[in-house]
Ligand binder design. Sequence first.
Ligand code: AHR
Length: 550
Amino acid sequence: MKAVSRRRFLKKASQSGLALAASSALGRFGLTQSAPRVTRVVIDSGREIAPIDRHLFGSFLEHLGRAIYEGIYDPKSKFADGNGLRTDVMKEVRNLGVPIVRYPGGNFVSGYHWLDGVGPKKDRPTVLDRAWNTLETNQFGTNEFITWARLAGTEPLFGLNFGTASAEDAAALVEYCNVSKGTKWSELRRSHGYEQPHNVKYWCVGNEMDGPWQIGHMPAREYGIKATDAARQMRVLDSSIKLIACGSSGPFMPTYIEWDRTVLEECYDEVDGISLHRYFGNTEETGNDSSIYLAMNLAMDRQIQEIASVCDTVRAHKRSNKQLFLSFDEWNVWYRARGGEATDGHGKVAPHLLEEPYNLEDALLVGGLANSLIRHSDRVKVACLAQLVNVIAPIMTDENGILRQSIYYPYAWALKYARGRALSIAPDGPGYEVTSLGRPIESTGVTAPGFGNVPYLDIVATLDPEKNTAAILVLNRDLENARDLEIIWHDLTPTGVVTFETISGPDLKAVNTFAEPKRVVPQTLENPKAGSRMSLKLPARSYSVLSLAL
Ligand code: AHR
C-alpha cells in the first residue's frame, strides 16, 4: 500500500473511531507494530552545519497576563524572596538553563515607557497598557528584570519601544543600561542603586511594526529609516551591542518578504540580525489533521530559508561583506487562547491571558520546531520560545507551585542535549504526502503551500566535542506505527547510551493539569546497543532523544 493511501485509510478509520482504539490496544507507546521500511542515516562528524549558538533556545517574558506579575514576581507568594521574585520559578528556569530571555514585549513594548518602571517603586505610575488592556503597576521594570535574569542565570534581550517612543528614547535606555557613568541616564541608573552597567548586548529594534495591531504600526520604509537613526545613536553609546531589526510577523502577512526587503534596504548596514515570528496551531490550516500538524515544522524551515534569502539578496545589492543572522525571537504553538477574553485584560492587574493548555501533539510539534532550529543553526543565532511562564508557556504557576506543561519537555531536551555542533545529515526513509495546506489562523485569505513528501522521521544530530557526547533528536510523525531507525556512524563509534527517552502516549490531546500533572511526561525506552551501527525503534506519535557517550 502506498504511504499516501495508507494515511488516508488510517484517517478514515480514525474518524470512525477504529484507529485510536486499535492503537491503544497496541500498547502504551504503540511499540508492537512496525511499518515495513526502515529509515537510515549516516553520521559523519566532519559534516558540520555550524556550532550551535547557546542563544538558539532562549525564551520570552512579556508584561502580559500573569507572565511577570504572579509568574516571576509576586511579593505575596510564599515562594517570594526579599525582592518579591518567585524562587520556585527562578529555580526551574535556572535548572532548564535558559540562555537568553526577551523582555518586556511583544506588543506591550510598543506603548511602554521604560522610565515609568525605574526608580523608587512608590513613585512609579500605574498606567493602562493598551496592547492588552491591562493595568500596569510598573512595580517590576528594567532593573528588576536584570536582577531576576542574573539570579536565573540568563541573559537579557531587550525590546525597544518603536511605537510611541522616539529613536532618542531608545538610545536613552541603552545609555541607562550600558554606559558606566558620567552621563545623564547612566547617572540616573546609579542613583537608582545600580552602580555597575547592565551591559545588555542584544536589542530588538521594535516589535512586529508591520502589524496593523501594533501600537505605532508604520510603513516599512519609515520603520527602516527610524531603525537606522536609532541604531546609529545607540552604537555611539555602546559599539558592542547587537541590533535585531523588526522583520515580518509571519508568512500570513500580505507584506511578507516585501516588508523585510524594504526595511533592510534602509537599515542593512546598521543592524546585525532580523527577527522572525511564527505561531502554529492545529486549525483550519492543517484541517485539524494531526499528521499534517506534525509536519508544520517544515513551514518553519521554509520561513527561515525565505528570510535568509531576502537578507542575502539585499546584501548582494549592497555589495556588503556582512551577513545578517536570523533571530527567531517568537515561536511556539498558540491557537486556543488566541482571541476574545483570552486577550482582553479588562483593565485589571495580572489577568489570565493567553493561558494556552498544551497537549501531547503540541509537544511533538515543539520538538519538531526545535529540530528545525537546530538544522538552521548556521543562520539562526538567537531564538525565543514564546513565552516562558503562564503566557503560552511551558511553565504555569498557581499559589502552591508550578506545573510543567507538555511542551516543557522537548524544550528542556533541546537545552540539555542539543549542544556543541549541529551535523549535516541526509536521512533516507519513508514518508507521506502533504500536498496543500489551508488558511493560517491569522490570515485573511492566503493559503500556504504544502510540503510534498514528508518523512515520518524528522531527525537531527548534534555532537559535543567538549563533553564527548552526541545526541539524536527524532520526531516520529507516524500516528499509528512505531518506526525503525538505523544509524550508521561513519567515523565514530559510540561507547554507551547516556539516555534514551521519549514523549508519547495513546492520546494526542492529553494535557497536564495541576490536578493531573503527569499525563504527558518523558518515559525511558530500552537502550539500543551502542556501536558503529545502531538500531532504534521510535514509538508511534513520539518525540525522542538519544544521548550517547563517544
Ligand atoms: O507572544 C504574544 C504576542 O504575539 C506578542 O506580544 C506579539 O509580539 C505577538 O504577536
